[in-house]
Design a protein around this ligand. Sequence first.
Ligand code: CP
Length: 308
Amino acid sequence: MSFEGRDILTTEDLSKEEILEIMNVTAKMEELCRTQHVSDLLADKVAAVLFLEPSTRTRLSFETAIKRLGAKSITVADAKTSSAAKGESLADTARTVEGYVDCIVVRQPVIGGAKEMADAVSIPVLNGGDGAGQHPTQALLDLYTIQKEKGKLGKQKVAMVGDLKFGRTVHSLAYALAPFEPAEYVFCAPDILQMPDDIIGDMADKGIACRKTDAIEEALQADVLYMTRIQKERFQDPAEYESLKGSYILNRALLEKGNKDLTIMHPLPRVDEINTDVDALPNAAYFRQAHNGVFLRMALLAMVMGRA
Ligand code: CP
């Protein structure tokens, strides 16, 4: 199975075998980091890291992954400092940068924008988040985390809580876990922030039981609880955001009502949806989850550049 030259744009187009291969290579990268601080696997490669929306984890873990593999990077960390601010199209940016590097990692606000770039170039494009669309590298590191925390990927009840409408991480996670036959998806959100109908329809077509609720107590009975932030930046009406913020706040007292083996995840950043009194619990996995992002992104970079 070769990933050389391949774009990673969504999780919908990844097969179970391909995801398992990515998990295997990620585990090897974790081992590599334990035994060898920096490798020279990609020493002759340069990657562009174009972030036209804010990021801490995705950008910095990609940058770390690039450095740990011995590659070099060129970076845009602020849309205002690139010619996107002058109105340059994503396709023109991609065609220009293709002349400089071997691979592009991009985050930008338009759904489908990463595909637009990928269609314009022949080097691999990795989608680091396209607006309220998809965030495939996050979902893959989420799977790696679930595998490590629970010892398996499939046959578990997975609850996703918060902003399921605008939250690209949960869109990608729903598709990424689907081949592993989850026991059930529990989608917990205020009505107007529920999981989009097309995604629920796709899950139903795959035979996955999906339950919609606005009661977090139901979500707490799952095996994996995936909390998300209400995505303030996606609301056109600030008053609507104000009315929805703080809809769900997880704390130790609330967790007393839940499954004792619940694994708590969050793509981060959080605002107030997980109280800091949860952080020290052994099943609070969200910072371990963020750390796994380096290994997963090392794996993807090496695979799409033909070195894994
Ligand atoms: N999880 C995630 O995408 O975080 P950042 O926005 O900080 O990259």
